[in-house]
Each structure stands twice: as structure tokens, then as C-alpha cells.
Design a protein around this ligand. Structure first.
Ligand code: ADE
Length: 272
């Protein structure tokens, strides 16, 4: 049996994890390059927790400039089995207002030019991404939210744009018309790489704005994103702390197959 280690990837406005105890920092070397920051490694309750600020402390890396491979590789090297992504997002639905947390279950990748696989160049693999979020992990997040009285919306499709500019009105309307629920700039290729690393992944998308489609609201700007993200950071920390305290000691098999994603996925023949 594998011991469970909970990873937390902090997004915009989340550069630390209050509640993390016995913390030490490690700069993890990766053949993929430098992770965004030192990993903060500690415990919450009986669970080992590893925190990484995706943009780096001080928000130094833009969504296109983040070394997603190094970040996921560093998490894997620290033994992370389950990764929770905290991510600010814009909303395409009236019923998903700023301040609400959405438990994402699908992603659409509209990024381009990002290194999005550990494979290629001599070793080819195709993992399944039909269900990119671990349903068991998502259920645990939902239970932790209920225990903490934190309203969440269960289910939603996150479209990941390249950025760093926000969307035009035409793009925003098109995304809404396509049925996407929220928009962000970072969960792809993060979710893809987590799957290739056989790490179970789930996103808590923190709605910060209505992008620019909503006639009753101003178009998104950084001030709005930061203000709402800051106002909700404590709530996110409380949710993660409860999730960690109630986390099982051993890794649970993922119904979406995250824990064995590479079984049968590698197409390249072994060297003779
Ligand atoms: N992150 C937060 N709000 C966003 C938006 N409207 N578009 C893209 N990324 C975001």
C-alpha cells in the first residue's frame, strides 16, 4: 500500500497554506527545470501535505511561463499521491457568482505552445484523460466543504485559455455559448501532467469575476481577481485543512484510473 500524501497547488492570491504544521522548505531539483518555488512540506492532522505556489511567491510566473512539468515532477518526487489545485477563475453562469467555489470535473484545453507531456522523444505514451478529475478526491473535497459549511457547486467545465490577456467580449460570449462554466489560465497542462505522473487531481475553482460577458458587471480586471481571491483565501485554507485532517492514511484507488494511468499507456517498445 502507498501512503497518501496530499499536494496543494496554490493559485492567484494563494501563496501559502495557513494551518500547515512542522513546515520545512525544500528546493526540489527536476530534470524538467526549476519548479515555481520551494516546496513547503509539513503536516495537517496526521496527513503529510506539500504546498507549492504555482506562480511563485510574489507572483513571478505568468500562466504561460510556469514550468508545469517541473512543478508536477517536484510534487511526485515528494511522494504526492493526490493533488488539489486552488485556482481563481471567471464565471460564465449567473448561478456561479464571485466568491463561490466550483468543484470542476472537466477541462477544455485552449492553450497553445505549452509543454504538456512528460513523454515524446523516444518514449511515447497516451494516457486516458476522459475523466481528468479523481471522483473520490472530489467527493472528499465536497464532504470537507459541507463539514466546514462552505458552499460549493459540484461539477463544472473549466476552459483553460492561454492568456495572459483576458478574453475579448466575442471570445467570452463564445465560451459561454459553448456551455463552459468557468475560465482560467493554468489548469491545463497541470491536470494532464498530473495524470501522466499517476497523481490524482482535483480543482477547487474559486470564482473571482464574470469575465466580460455579463451586461450587469464590469469586465474582469486584476484588482477584482485579487480582491476576491484574498477575501476567500481563509475559506480555501479552512477547506483544505479539513480535507487533510479527514484524509485516509493510505492512497485510495482512483475510479478514474489516476493511480495506474500508465498501465498499458506506453506504446514505445522496450529497448532490445
Ligand atoms: N482567472 C480569474 N478570472 C479569470 C478570467 N475571467 N479569465 C481567465 N482567467 C481568470
Amino acid at each position: 500500500m502507498t501512503a497518501a500524501v496530499l499536494g496543494v497547488m496554490g493559485g492567484s492570491g494563494v501563496y501559502d497554506l495557513p494551518g500547515l504544521e512542522d513546515v520545512h522548505e525544500e528546493r526540489v531539483a527536476s530534470p524538467w527545470g526549476e519548479p515555481s518555488d520551494a516546496l513547503r512540506i509539513g503536516r495537517i492532522g496526521g496527513t503529510n501535505v506539500v504546498f507549492l505556489a504555482r506562480h511563485g511567491r510574489g507572483h513571478r510566473f505568468s500562466p504561460s511561463g510556469i514550468n508545469y512539468r517541473a512543478n508536477i515532477d517536484a510534487m511526485k518526487r515528494m511522494g504526492v499521491t493526490d493533488l488539489v489545485a486552488l485556482s481563481a477563475c471567471g464565471s460564465f453562469r449567473d448561478e456561479l457568482p464571485p466568491g463561490l467555489f466550483v468543484l470542476i470535473d472537466q477541462f477544455v484545453d485552449r492553450t497553445h505552445g505549452r509543454a504538456s507531456s512528460f513523454f515524446g522523444d523516444g518514449c511515447v505514451a497516451h494516457v486516458s484523460l476522459a475523466h481528468p478529475v479523481g471522483p473520490g478526491l472530489q467527493k472528499r473535497i465536497g464532504a470537507a466543504a459541507a463539514a466546514e459549511d462552505i458552499p460549493v457547486h459540484r461539477g463544472g467545465t473549466y476552459v483553460c485559455m492561454e492568456g495572459p490577456q483576458f478574453s475579448s467580449l466575442a471570445e467570452s460570449r463564445a465560451y459561454k455559448a459553448q456551455g463552459f462554466d468557468v475560465i482560467g489560465m493554468t489548469n491545463m497542462p497541470e491536470a494532464k501532467l498530473a495524470r501522466e505522473a499517476e497523481i490524482t487531481y482535483a480543482t477547487i475553482a474559486m470564482v473571482t469575476d464574470y469575465d466580460c460577458w455579463h451586461p450587469g458587471h464590469d469586465a474582469v480586471d486584476v484588482a477584482a481577481v485579487v480582491a476576491v481571491a484574498r477575501a476567500n483565501a481563509d475559506k480555501a485554507a479552512r477547506l483544505v485543512a479539513r480535507l487533510a485532517r479527514d484524509f485516509p492514511a493510505e492512497r485510495e484507488p482512483c475510479p478514474a484510473g489516476s493511480h495506474r494511468a500508465l498501465d498499458g499507456a506506453i506504446m514505445t517498445a522496450p529497448a532490445a
